[in-house]
Design a protein around this ligand. Sequence first.
Ligand code: UD1
Ligand code: CA
Length: 452
Amino acid sequence: MTGRTSLTIVLAAGEGTRMRSGMPKVLHPVAGQSLLAHVLGAAPKGAGAGLAVVIGPNHEAVAAEAKRVRSDALTFVQRERLGTAHAVLAARDAIGRGADDLLVVFGDTPLISAATFERLRTPLKNGAALAVLGFRAADPTGYGRLLVEGHRLVAIREQADATSAERAIKLSNAGVMAFDGRKALEIIEKIGNANRKGEYYLSDAVAIVREMGLEAVVIETSEDEVRGINTKAQLAEAEHVMQARLRQAALDAGVTIIAPETVYLAADTKFGNDVTIEPFVVIGPGVSIGDGAVIHSFSHIVQASIGKKASVGPYARLRPGTSLGDGAKIGNFVETKAATLEAGVKVNHLSYIGDAHIGANANIGAGTITCNYDGFDKHCTTIGSGAFVGSNSSLVAPVKIGDGAYVGSGSVITRDVPDDALAVERSQQTNREGGAKRYREMKTKGKPAKGR
Ligand code: UD1
Ligand code: CA
């Protein structure tokens, strides 16, 4: 919104006991991204848009996640959980800096959109002291109910304090609020805890605003946007809603998805033009897919970049750090990890390529394995451009296969192969015994010091 500064406070101090997990609630993922990251992604950003996250004691991991997503995020610890208004006041120092708009959102509502934050800010521009996001709950049990007179919002009644007539109200508090930043602190400090639970309810801000002779309004949205997550079942529901959104957005952007309901995307998946995704594909975080690429069925891809017109699968597993050049082909039952495959490389069947760099147009035969791990350390394999590795070869890293080199099928390569050389090493008994001996020595005597 032009000209108005903002501070968004994300409340994330709750334990999330109903998740029955050792992990803080807001770190659970939806579409490959933490609940907190989703909320932070929707919050106002850029110049004049501050951010504060209120976390529980011993929740360093939540603070780290906030900083990872928004390096400018301030974090505040709420030592005792005395209610949502009390949690907001943990960020008092940030509020005191006086942004035009103060936004409060819960860290467990990952489906909220940036557009909704902007809609909520509009009434402030027009003089309201408080705007509350409301929705019509299919089952409002547990939510604060919005009490309205005509268009005016007069109070929010929490479930425990509501009369049976009030409990029949479907219009509910989504938990997102926008305050006039200059009045926010005064309003929130007036909130008491004289209620059934003895908690400081942020929802009481509405009645206080009215008592102060100021205006409070409600802005409505759909229930799907404000689903709060308290349980694993609700986490799964949110995943369902988010996947539907991501698939729709991909289809709208021109991605061909043959059976969308069987394809799982991540919130940050990037597609070029004319990408095709066959049924039953799982895409985790950090994946980009270039123009014209095809992802065949039953492939699983995480943190990988896929070049233009590349082909992946069926049944391929691309693990973190995989980079496929344009036109590269990864076939069935091939696993890659921390591997760069330049343009035109083919690894068509039954291979493991890890900690490797493969030059353009190399052909890696069926069953080729980069033996990257000696039981103690990972080592790299380099394969030159245009090289040909015959089927069922083991490349024992660290090892380098030169440009245009040829490795006969069934070879166990333990020494570098020069450019354009032919290497056919079927009997590497001595080398393999050497490796076994070294392994046994390290097991008993420990690893030799580095640099030896
Ligand atoms: C809250 C609202 C309710 C609304 C509902 C929407 C209040 C009092 N009630 O109820 O009107 O309909 O959300 O989902 O605001 N938190 C803290 N510190 C605390 C207490 C809570 O950081 O001391 C955080 C929690 O981590 C959570 C959020 O605030 O992210 C909401 O708290 P929760 O206890 O889940 O509130 P609800 O009972 O769901
Ligand atoms: Ca909640």
